[in-house]
Design a protein around this ligand. Structure first.
Ligand code: F7E
Length: 330
């Protein structure tokens, strides 16, 4: 599809998904604008992305950013996205992740009505909304039972997005994304915490890895595959909501096996279970059924868990080697 000259605006552009999505859209010929709280916050950004500082907990310059960028597609990825942290900062999380979405939806609606610009909206909904699961696997019709301030905020944002679609005829889609990881994943999320620690252990930079509930089960995919689904949703003739998942489930324990096994290490010699990493309420198990996305979007994941773990380990090995080299010259 020729997308030359189209304009997209991405919130959370410095995050894992924001950087992958920006790269995908730039490769398709889009002009990409990005929004995030601070210029020097998060992952390095492609210099072709036009950056606008904006905090979703404030949102007072959203109108200005929309006027300046005049996007035809808005991808709303910005959030306080760490589940455990949301128990420690519940009000901030709900402000950014929940109300922040409403601030953006309302600014987009007003901009569309003022300018007559055709505009499409993507909402980053989350499998965390299923929480204490009502059925397995989870689909677009599975009831929600959120188990954290983060998940409650995502349910709120999800329904607001659907309401803007139904009330104001906004072309708005919610992607209910299951966990998706990559070498760019933040180090406080369990997969990356594990690949960072395992590679550092391999090079003798640390010995111990402290984790919480390693029996939790997740449906993990590769972020690079998942951002493609976001784009596909906004290219359809009608807006709808889609589950995006691999359809396979593994425990944290199995991820440890995979990663440490890849490095010829035995995780049992290094992992210490630390209740500090338990959550007040846990989401024990998640497994997605992405049949609708396969059928309607023609989407399917390319990278499986083994390959994902390998990618992350290889990338973190480079980091660990750099750290080891720096330590050697100190
Ligand atoms: O935890 C367990 C933890 O923090 C996965 C976010 O992107 O995906 C992510 O949410 C599991 C949980 O991701 C540690 O208790 C054990 O059961 O990597 P996580 P998450 O909470 O599933 C969804 C789809 C989102 O939307 C979120 O924004 O691993 N676990 N020990 C641990 N988790 C962490 N972080 N750290 C530990 O030490």
């Amino acid at each position: 599809m020729d997308c030359q000259g189209r304009v997209a605006l991405i919130t959370g552009v410095h995050g894992q998904d924001g950087t992958y999505l920006a790269e995908l859209l730039l490769a398709k010929g889009y002009q990409v604008h990005g929004l995030a709280p601070y210029l020097r916050y998060g992952l390095p950004m492609d210099p072709r992305v036009q950056f606008h500082p904006c905090d979703l907990s404030d949102g007072s310059n959203l109108h200005e950013v929309l006027e300046l960028s005049r996007p035809s597609e808005v991808y709303h990825l910005g959030a306080q996205s760490h589940v455990k942290l949301s128990f420690e900062m519940p009000v901030h999380t709900v402000d950014v992740t929940g109300l922040g979405t409403l601030r953006l939806l309302e600014a987009v609606r007003q901009f569309r009505d003022r300018s007559g610009q055709d505009i499409r909206f993507y909402q980053a909904s989350s499998s965390e909304m299923f929480g204490k699961i009502a059925e397995s696997p989870q689909t677009e019709t599975t009831p929600f039972h959120p188990r954290s301030p983060y998940a409650c905020a995502k349910v709120y944002a999800h329904w607001q997005t659907i309401n803007y679609r139904e009330s104001y005829n906004l072309f708005a889609c919610c992607g209910i994304l299951f966990n998706h990881e990559s070498p760019r994943r933040g180090e406080a999320f369990v997969t990356r915490k594990i690949t960072r620690a395992a590679t550092r252990i391999k090079l003798g930079l640390q010995h111990e890895l402290r984790l919480g509930n390693i029996d939790a089960r997740r449906d993990w995919g590769f972020a690079g595959d998942y951002v493609e689904a976001m784009w596909l949703m906004l290219q359809q003739s009608r807006p709808a909501d889609y589950v995006i998942a691999s359809g396979h489930q593994h425990s944290v324990r199995e991820f440890l096996d995979e990663v440490f096994g890849h490095l010829d290490l035995d995780w049992q010699r290094h992992v210490v279970i630390d209740p500090a990493f338990y959550r007040p309420a846990e989401v024990d198990t998640l497994l997605g059924d992405a049949s609708k996305a396969r059928r309607e979007l023609g989407w399917q994941p390319r990278v499986g868990l083994k390959e994902l773990a390998r990618l992350m380990v290889e990338s973190d090995l480079i980091l660990a080697r750099q750290e080891a080299a720096a330590a050697a010259v100190r």
